[in-house]
Design a protein around this ligand. Structure first.
Ligand SMILES: CC(C)(COP(=O)(O)OP(=O)(O)OC[C@H]1O[C@@H](n2cnc3c(N)ncnc32)[C@H](O)[C@@H]1OP(=O)(O)O)[C@@H](O)C(=O)NCCC(=O)NCCS
Length: 383
């Protein structure tokens, strides 16, 4: 018997699934807060390690707490030989996000706390995941370039060490700071698709490695974390600033989506995109001809898209649109953009998992069945 058709929320749009004190997104005004601190404040004054502490613990650390938190991150940086071996064997042929997902999943086997689902063990595992995922991404980048793994350097901060492990040399202060800000901007974003799938997995009382592995798989898609690489690909395909208008108009006429624009929640300018755009404007002075060209194309595309779809449809640049030129300026290859997004989002995923487990409930939505019922089985020879 068919029940009355319920209201269906495709994509779970507009559905609240839990209370949270981690992050708030005001999509109408284009505002974002981590634990009550605006993203502008954090980008200006904080750094990635402090933001990790804030997201996981709910408050800004005092100096002693912060030093011991950073020390805990440093101790977890090196990779287990077995994990490194899998990266070495696969990173040359596999997609970086597939290698990352596999390496994170495999890391569970070598985690001393893997069977302990206590709050304390989950905090230790969160710190381990934040630390090791950056090392995994750097190792993937090295192997893809045919280079040897670079062991972490204890004296460097998290982001500086990531760039050191990726390039085999310490970054300049401006590269370090710029990437640090990118990590801060990507660290958390409430119940986005990858955080949701992280929570869905964790809510079965599986473990945090399985949950984060789900998150990574979800982030891979071009409608989510893959958009920054796709946006840069588009800028490269446009080639020259003067080609931008025709390219975008043709794409829109062909019903294509312009990657790096639009958002399920923001119907205003994404505040993270605004910050990244500001840095991009600043770095133009010292940019290579390639980055200058990409920036000019990006700004031209932004102008046109806002004119055509901004106010009319609420489609504005999102965090992924200006990231490509910034990462290119820092020397990060586009194949690592989404893995890097994952490395910066781990604290958000972990913070949500820890919070959700405080009041856990299995997630099990319903589907409204529209198929046949009571169909008579016909044996194979009579079909
Ligand atoms: C992020 C995204 C999936 C959110 O989409 P959503 O809330 O589901 O919005 P919808 O898919 O319902 O789109 C609503 C309308 O805007 C249009 N639209 C949305 N994003 C668009 C884009 N990037 N370029 C062109 N048109 C877009 C849709 O075609 C649709 O138009 P229609 O009403 O004429 O059919 C979507 O904006 C998108 O695909 N963006 C590009 C990928 C991207 O940058 N992702 C990163 C997000 S941080």
């Amino acid at each position: 018997m068919r029940t009355k058709k319920p209201e269906i929320h495709l994509g779970l749009e507009g559905i609240y699934m839990a209370e949270t004190s981690i992050c708030s997104v005001n999509g109408i005004e284009g505002k974002l807060y981590y634990r009550g601190y605006s993203i502008e404040e954090l980008a200006k004054h904080s750094d990635f390690e402090e933001v990790c502490f804030l997201l996981l613990n709910g408050y800004l650390p005092k100096e002693k707490e912060f030093l011991s938190f950073k020390d805990a991150l440093v101790k977890e940086r090196d990779l287990d030989p077995e994990v490194l071996q899998v990266i070495t064997d696969t990173a040359g042929k596999g997609l970086p996000m597939d290698v990352l997902r596999t390496a994170v999943s495999l890391s569970a086997i070598y985690d001393p706390d893997v069977k302990d689902n206590s709050k304390e063990a989950n905090m230790r595992k969160s710190i381990r995941l934040i630390s090791k995922i950056s090392s995994i991404v750097a190792a993937i980048g090295r192997v893809r370039d045919g280079e040897e793994y670079v062991r972490p350097e204890k004296k460097l901060g998290h982001v500086e060490n990531f760039l050191y492990m990726l390039n085999g040399e310490k970054p300049s202060e401006s590269e370090r700071r710029m990437l640090d800000i990118m990590f801060v901007l990507h660290a958390e974003h409430s119940s986005n698709a990858s955080t949701f799938s992280t929570i869905v997995t964790g809510a079965t009382l599986s473990d945090i490695y399985s949950a984060i592995t789900s998150g990574i798989g979800t982030l891979k898609g071009p409608l989510h974390g893959g958009a920054d690489e796709a946006a840069l690909r588009m800028m490269r395909a446009i080639g020259k600033p003067e080609n931008t208008v025709k390219y975008i108009n043709d794409a829109l006429a062909g019903k294509q989506r312009i990657m790096g624009f639009g958002h399920r929640v923001y119907k205003a300018y994404d505040p993270r995109a605004r910050i990244i755009r500001g840095y991009l404007e600043e770095l133009r002075e010292h940019a290579s001809p390639e980055v200058e060209n990409l920036t000019a194309i990006a700004l031209e595309a932004e102008k046109l898209m806002i004119k055509k779809l901004g106010k009319a449809k609420g489609i504005w640049p999102n965090v992924d649109f200006f990231s490509g030129p910034v990462y290119t300026h820092i020397g990060i290859p586009s194949s690592l953009f989404t893995p890097l997004f994952a490395a910066s989002r781990v604290p958000g995923w972990c913070a949500h998992m820890l919070e959700y487990w405080e009041n856990n409930r299995l997630i099990r939505p319903l589907e409204y069945y529209t198929g046949k019922t009571n169909v008579k089985y016909i044996s194979m020879t009579k079909r």
